[in-house]
Design a binder for this molecule. Structure first.
Ligand code: C2E
Ligand code: CA
Ligand code: CA
Ligand code: CA
Length: 277
């Protein structure tokens, strides 16, 4: 049985599970989190094995909750999407990523772009272009050092409108990649009409890469991507053998724990210099 604090959670009903209670807490605390600067970004490198050089970084958000500790994005991003706070969260993420990328490009001589994850709901609000423009202006970051990662699920909405928004964003010089490609609602048929630069192979393919059926899918995606002049980035690369398989299949940009877990901004410099050595 569940222990109950003395009158502490009287607004919660008894049937609620621990999960629901936690979710409600997160929902309640989210507006405050932005004001109190409780978010930080971690960065995970994408490595080009063909040129043996850095391809870029992906920015991943973390919430340092005062009581609950670090809350992962899969837990609070859906909450933020539901109550609309995702717009302010994305604004913060874009501004912070641009500012920090500008810093590592000027102080550390790293010239690779930073990629920011963008929820489908941002396209529904139609505010994304303005947020990006503002973050670039404020940071003075070169637009081609910024990339956004979008997901296939946004294609469930007005595709023509999304293409229009993406085109405006790309006209700034910003790059676009399709995240988690090959899962869920698949936009294979849309790949040639979408204004994108790269596809990211979902982690499920890397996990099961010994399976011939998975290899066949990866190969098909790579052939398709190449014919459309798109880069292919593999996610969830953890082991040496993953890299061997992926290279054999024609994929040369890797992201995953094998290279590095997402790291704090302060650690990028050290990681990069170790990598060069
Ligand atoms: P994603 O965009 O697919 O990000 C990749 C996730 O896989 C990250 O989890 C990363 O830490 C994890 N990962 C990286 N390499 C490996 C590996 O080798 N093995 C395994 N098992 N996992 C690996 P994270 O940081 O918890 O993020 C989860 C999801 O939350 C992201 O999935 C993304 O959809 C979302 N997210 C993260 N940051 C943001 C953000 O700023 N805005 C929005 N809208 N969504 C975000
Ligand atoms: Ca902070
Ligand atoms: Ca991503
Ligand atoms: Ca992904």
């Amino acid at each position: 049985a569940k222990r109950k604090g003395k009158n502490q959670y009287c607004v919660y009903t008894e049937e609620m599970g621990v999960k629901e209670v936690r979710r409600m807490e997160l929902e309640k605390d989210l507006p405050r989190a932005l004001e109190d600067d409780q978010f930080h970004l971690e960065y995970q490198p994408k490595w080009n094995v063909k040129t043996n050089s850095l391809y870029g970084f992906e920015a991943l958000i973390r919430w340092d909750h005062p009581r609950l500790g670090v809350v992962p994005p899969i837990e609070f991003i859906p909450v933020a999407e539901e109550n609309g706070i995702i717009v302010s969260v994305t604004k913060w993420t874009l501004e912070t990523a641009c500012k920090q990328c500008y810093e590592w490009s000027t102080h550390q001589g790293l010239n690779q772009p930073v990629a920011v994850n963008v929820s489908p709901s941002l396209f529904q609000t139609g505010t994304l272009y303005e947020l990006i423009k503002h973050a670039l202006d404020q940071s003075t970051l070169d637009p081609d050092k910024l990339e956004i990662e979008i997901t296939e699920s946004m294609m469930l909405h007005d595709v023509e409108d999304i293409i229009r928004q993406l085109n405006r964003i790309r006209q700034l010089g910003v790059k676009v990649s399709m995240d988690d490609f090959g899962t869920g609602y698949s936009s294979i048929g849309l790949l040639d009409t979408l204004p994108i630069n790269a596809v990211k192979l979902d982690r499920i393919f890397t996990q099961d890469i010994e399976k011939p059926s998975k290899q066949a899918i990866i190969q098909a995606i790579i052939v398709l991507a190449e014919s459309l002049d798109l880069d292919v980035v593999a996610e969830g690369v953890e082991l040496e053998k993953d890299i061997d398989y992926l290279m054999k299949l024609g994929c040369f940009v890797m992201q995953g724990y094998y290279y590095s877990k997402p790291m704090k901004f302060e650690h990028i410099d050290e990681w990069a210099s170790q990598r060069e050595a």
